[in-house]
Ligand binder design. Structure first.
Ligand code: ADP
Length: 367
């Protein structure tokens, strides 16, 4: 079997009517997953949608490809040729639309490492804002393991409206958008920073978020380029850091905190998830990890400690069943904890909408 390369992808894209090789860029291949950009004139974006779909189909049909994602990017002067896939540089300019202009506050939920329950916390916090009567959105930027469609119980290919903007579906009272609507939720994939960044920017700029009080972004785990550039390019009102109590998770959380500080994004506080274990049959509480570590770390770092969420089977089962605990068991003691944390976060947000930060010197909008 021929190995899967960018050349193979380009070769197969030749058969797609309306698509030429110079429109394709940033082909990223990882374990059978292929992501690439199609550069189009913004005025023709709508007409290009069938071409985008046909291109995805053509790539999906290549032997060895498990999933394909084509992202339409708007750039009038298309680059003459594709940059080599390994090149770590801006791939293309992203949509020039403003980032969620009618959204009052955008907050990021971040973690230094994966598996600490960041997505679970983001989903339940978003639901807690809904419970507070806030118009809420949830953007799943954790494209390495987009789990929000599963946690929110929706799976569909979003449609576009007459303005060529992607319509965010509503689940349990909030608007949601996820890369998982476009690609399968599978084992973690490695996407290069610039590709992650442009995909996230597209979800922010090309989705019709409408008028919201708060948009919660479930960030990819870690403190790499993608998180940094998002923090720099999105008018974040603040970031919430999720950590488990173990030392290793806390030292990673500290890296996250320093990253946000470096780009002047206020850290709204730290949440300790899986803080202690509550036995589902007898209710016995056990501090299986180093309970309280995040509170101490928050104090040391001079940021608010927002609260603790225990490790409890009800949290996981609710997420797996497609309705986060805060939405499915509104009076559950852990739902109350999430609501208290959300209320604490809300009070720390500025009264005014956060305005976009000026672009950082030396960084292009697509960096
Ligand atoms: P991350 O986004 O940090 O990678 P997830 O939110 O996907 O982590 O959580 C990883 C797993 O842990 C999921 O199966 C989730 O249901 C479970 N989980 C997260 N937080 C809790 C909790 N407080 N109690 C029980 N299970 C949890």
């Amino acid at each position: 079997m021929r190995s899967l390369t960018a050349e193979t992808v380009l070769e197969n894209l030749k058969s797609v009517p309306g698509l030429t090789a110079d429109m394709v860029s940033g082909i990223a291949i990882d374990s059978g997953k292929v992501v690439f950009s199609i550069t189009v004139d913004p005025a023709k974006a709508k007409q290009m949608e069938p071409v985008r779909r046909a291109a995805e189909e053509a790539v999906k049909n290549i032997s060895g490809v498990s999933s394909a994602l084509a992202v339409l990017t708007a750039e009038k002067n298309a680059p003459p040729s594709s940059p080599p896939p390994q090149q770590k540089q801006p791939l293309h300019k992203i949509s020039s639309r403003p980032v969620a202009p009618q959204v009052k506050h955008i907050i990021a939920v971040a973690s230094g490492k994966g598996g600490v329950g960041k997505s679970t916390v983001a989903a339940n916090l978003a639901q807690a804002f809904v419970a507070m009567g806030k118009k809420t959105g949830l953007m799943d930027a954790d494209i390495y393991g987009a789990s929000q469609p599963r946690m929110m119980g929706i799976r569909l290919q979003p449609e576009t409206n007459d303005d060529d903007m992607i319509i965010a579906p509503t689940a349990h009272g909030l608007k949601i958008m996820s890369m998982g609507f476009f690609v399968e939720e599978t084992a973690p994939v490695i996407w290069r920073g610039p590709m992650v960044h442009s995909a996230i920017q597209q979800l922010l700029r090309d989705v019709d978020w409408g008028d919201l009080d708060i948009l919660v972004i479930d960030l990819p785990p870690g403190t790499g380029d993608a998180q940094l550039s998002l923090a720099q390019n999105v008018p974040l009102s603040g970031a919430v850091i999720v950590s488990t109590p173990q030392d290793i998770a806390l030292s990673e959380a500290k890296k996250g905190l320093l990253m946000f500080r470096k780009v002047n994004v206020p850290v709204l506080g730290i949440i300790e998830n899986m803080s202690y274990h509550i036995c589902s049959s007898c209710g016995h509480r056990e501090n299986i990890f180093n309970h309280g570590g995040a509170r101490i770390a928050a104090e040391k770092m001079g940021v608010p400690f927002l609260g603790e969420i225990p490790l409890h089977i009800d949290v996981r089962e609710a997420s797996d069943a497609g309705t986060p605990l805060v939405a499915s068991q509104k009076n559950h003691v852990i739902s109350e904890s999430f609501k208290n944390i959300a209320a604490r976060i809300w009070t720390t947000l500025p009264a005014e909408k956060t305005t976009p930060r000026p672009p950082q010197a030396g960084r292009s909008s697509a960096a």
